[in-house]
Design a protein around this ligand. Structure first.
Ligand SMILES: N[C@@H](CCC(=O)N[C@@H](CS)C(=O)NCC(=O)O)C(=O)O
Length: 223
């Protein structure tokens, strides 16, 4: 049985979703974030030294990194589903998005979270204006322009095909879902980006997505 080490409100939600899409049996082991720091509890470090989620265990294999997990589950259990045929241009797009989601899109989204938090953090009153000014400058000059560029790019990509790797829904869409859910909360997605809004609506409507929410429990993006 596949075990998913699942942290509330986290990337592991998309692993549950993928398992539902594949129709596999799995067990969810739950971990709760510290309400103050939002960090994972130390028990997760007993599963994997980085103490982050998702991690899956399958037989003797313990695997972290959501992109690697998506790739593993689809290669091991997909029987050709949820990925384009090997050697096609779509297969390379699929690989590209599996890496892009965490390697390129998540870093500026994380920076946005960090700089937003600096603005709200408790600190001595005489430091606050300086810290806020630095955070604001970094956000305005670097983080937000980078994020706008990514979102423009992604909007254009979804004009080429309905799903990230082509005409068919694939693991690439599962992997891309989490940063886009975050972008909707932290940056905002509106009518100026209709394809991205529609992408989120289409994935939310999938029965497997709904089942995964029921299995995972609470899922919200930490803004
Ligand atoms: N690149 C990793 C990121 C893993 C990660 O940062 N997970 C977050 C959950 S969204 C986490 O465990 N945060 C809690 C912590 O850092 O203590 C992946 O895609 O799996």
């Amino acid at each position: 049985m596949i075990i998913v080490h699942h942290l509330n409100n986290s990337r592991s939600q998309r692993v549950l979703w993928l398992l539902e899409e594949l129709g596999l049996d799995y067990e969810v082991r739950r971990y709760e974030r510290d309400p103050e720091t939002m960090l994972a509890p130390p028990e997760l470090q007993a599963v994997h030294p980085l103490g982050k989620s998702p991690v899956i265990a399958d037989g003797g294999l313990v695997l972290a990194e959501s992109g690697a997990i998506v790739q593993y589950l689809i290669e091991r259990y997909g029987a050709g589903r949820l990925r384009p045929a090997a050697g096609t241009p779509q297969a390379w797009r699929y690989t590209y998005w599996l890496h892009y989601a965490e390697g390129s899109l998540m870093p500026p989204l994380l920076l946005k979270l960090v700089f937003d938090r600096i603005g709200k953090a408790k600190m001595p009153f005489f430091v606050r204006p300086v810290a806020r000014a630095i955070a604001d400058k970094a956000r305005q000059r670097y983080v937000l322009p980078q994020l706008q560029r990514h979102l423009d790019y992604l909007e254009q990509e979804l004009h080429k095909s309905p799903w990230f790797a082509g005409d068919e829904f694939s693991g690439a869409d599962v992997q891309m879902s989490f940063p886009l859910e975050i972008a909707a909360v932290r940056v905002g997605l509106d009518a100026t980006r209709p394809r991205l809004v529609d992408f989120l609506a289409r994935i939310h409507a999938r029965p497997a997505y709904q089942r995964a929410l029921a299995r995972g429990g609470e899922f919200g993006i930490i803004g």
